[in-house]
Design a binder for this molecule. Structure first.
Ligand code: GTP
Ligand code: MN
Ligand code: MN
Ligand code: MN
Ligand code: MN
Ligand code: MN
Length: 215
């Protein structure tokens, strides 16, 4: 917990390095000082893998979900008043994903990534990036429909297509043209950057390809 208080801001990809993102990003120490803000915590689960498909190759499985409101986001949710962040996050993951810390992995502050504030909603959103083994990841995917919130808050757990097809928009650029809740799209790009899956140059190209895509 002490080293979490001194946890630095992660480096932000060049293309997201705009004033608005910088203003909203907080360290854990800064975020915890905002006592008027309601905390929430979400997780980007990922696992190293190697998949060579007919559409493209990817080196990591990354999890998002389709929410009740039709947007994509990460599993997790609001922390109750007085509830510990890790306890609340674990509860939300159980509700939304049938997550079992004993089988999958206990979430710890080692997995903490960064925090964002949403001024108009008085929310402080903590992001965790959790590495699983591919076996744990696949077990989560398989269990997801048995979660109590499946069909209520959550309408599907998805694996992000992390490649760009030869036509320059199929795969990740097309996925990024979906609707995302809050800043989940930026969080996805930041997580891919922090994990080391995408470089600055690749993110620039990705965003160009996503913007150039005409449906
Ligand atoms: P209820 O149990 O129905 O209250 O929902 P919840 O506790 O699961 O909350 P939810 O996951 O919807 O998250 C709370 C708020 O955080 C939402 O209203 C969004 O504004 C925001 N949010 C939800 N998902 C994400 C996400 O993946 N990333 C970010 N940055 N914000 C999110
Ligand atoms: Mn929930
Ligand atoms: Mn939720
Ligand atoms: Mn909730
Ligand atoms: Mn609830
Ligand atoms: Mn709920």
């Amino acid at each position: 917990m002490d080293d979490l208080k001194s946890h630095p801001l992660p480096s932000i990809p060049r293309s997201l390095n705009v004033r608005s993102v910088k203003r909203e990003m907080k360290t854990f120490a800064e975020a915890s000082a905002l006592s008027f803000y309601k905390p929430a915590a979400h997780v980007c689960f990922w696992a190293p893998c190697y998949k060579n498909t007919m559409f493209g190759t990817y080196n990591a499985a990354v999890m998002m979900h389709l929410r009740f409101d039709g947007t994509f986001g990460f599993p997790g949710g609001l922390i109750n008043r007085g509830e510990d962040i890790l306890d609340g996050l674990t509860r939300e993951l159980k509700e939304e994903l049938a997550y079992n810390p004993a089988v999958h992995k206990p979430i710890t502050y080692d997995d903490y990534h960064s925090s964002r504030i949403v001024e108009d909603k008085l929310l402080v959103l903590h992001l965790f990036v959790v590495e699983l083994s591919m076996d744990q990841f696949v077990s989560l995917e398989k269990n997801a429909t048995s979660a109590e919130e499946y069909g209520v808050e959550v309408f599907g757990t998805v694996r992000v297509p992390l490649y760009t097809m030869n036509n320059k928009y199929g795969g990740l650029p097309a996925f990024l043209n979906n609707r995302f809740i809050g800043c989940a799209k930026q969080e996805l790009i930041m997580a891919l950057f922090s994990i080391g899956i995408l470089t600055d140059d690749q993110i620039d190209e990705l965003i160009d390809n996503a913007n150039n895509m005409k449906l």
